[in-house]
Design a binder for this molecule. Structure first.
Ligand code: ADP
Ligand code: AMP
Length: 219
């Protein structure tokens, strides 16, 4: 199964993609996570992307595509299956991905669009907390940790992402509608797009995705 999970920031892409990756043994590739790790490790790439992310702007296409190309080439399970989260975010990235995949004779199985209205996304992003050590994702109200401020999995400290502050959230949503809406149309034209209602509990959304995959994705 070779999947892309699309949707506005905070729609639950990471939450759903992690469940699918674990369940089906897929390579899970989240460009946002990769960039955050590069920033943490203070690499050259990290320095190049930091200011774009802090402002809620997109990282330039060339940098993003290069990161994805390297990951695809170095991953042994990419031919078995993968799930991309947060990539592609521009039509140009989508076209570059097509080229990368055709070089290794692979095709996408489906693109899942998690539909969540902007006001719900704002609630989800403002309450999101992530573990500074292992990256696990929580929500202060919808998915709280057992002990406030502490990760259930590794005991690390829970922090708020810099770009989950109100001014940056607004900009990220604007950028999504300007630059990523065309990606939705692109996959619609290619008959790969499946819409999932992203409202409801995590388990419920997961069940809706499973139903779609069973119906439309036979790889
Ligand atoms: P994305 O990867 O699309 O930015 P996340 O998966 O990080 O989104 O989810 C954003 C926030 O919303 C997180 O705090 C997460 O715990 C919470 N969340 C995810 N799915 C749901 C859901 N179905 N209902 C309520 N909250 C959710
Ligand atoms: P995310 O973790 O997916 O919410 O991404 C966080 C930030 O990383 C975004 O706001 C962008 O600045 C940057 N980013 C992640 N993926 C991409 C991408 N495919 N194209 C451009 N920028 C990206």
């Amino acid at each position: 199964m070779r999947l892309i999970i699309l949707g506005p920031p905070g729609s639950g892409k990471g939450t759903q993609a992690s469940i699918l990756a674990r369940k089906y043994g897929l390579l899970y590739l989240a460009t946002g996570d990769i960039f955050r790790e590069e920033i943490k490790q203070k690499t050259d790439l990290g320095r190049q992307v930091e200011s774009y992310m802090a402002r809620g702007e997109l990282v330039p296409d060339e940098l993003v595509v290069e990161v994805v190309r390297r990951k695809l080439e170095s991953s042994s399970n990419s031919s078995i299956g993968f799930i991309f989260d947060g990539f592609p975010r521009t039509e140009r990235q989508a076209k570059e991905l097509d080229k990368l995949l055709s070089k290794i004779n692979l095709k996408l199985s489906a693109v899942l669009l998690i539909d969540v209205p902007d006001d719900e996304v704002v609630k989800r992003l403002s309450g999101r907390r992530i573990c500074a050590r292992c990256g696990a994702v929580y929500h202060v109200e919808y998915n709280p940790p057992k002990i406030e401020g502490t990760c259930d999995i590794c005991g690390g400290e829970l922090i708020q992402r810099e770009d989950d502050k109100p001014e940056v959230i607004r900009r990220r949503l604007q950028v999504y509608h300007e630059q990523t809406d065309p990606v939705i149309s692109y996959y619609e034209k290619n008959n790969l797009l499946y819409r999932v209602d992203g409202l409801g509990e995590v388990e419920e959304v997961h069940r809706k995705i499973e139903t779609l995959l069973k119906q439309f994705c036979n790889e």
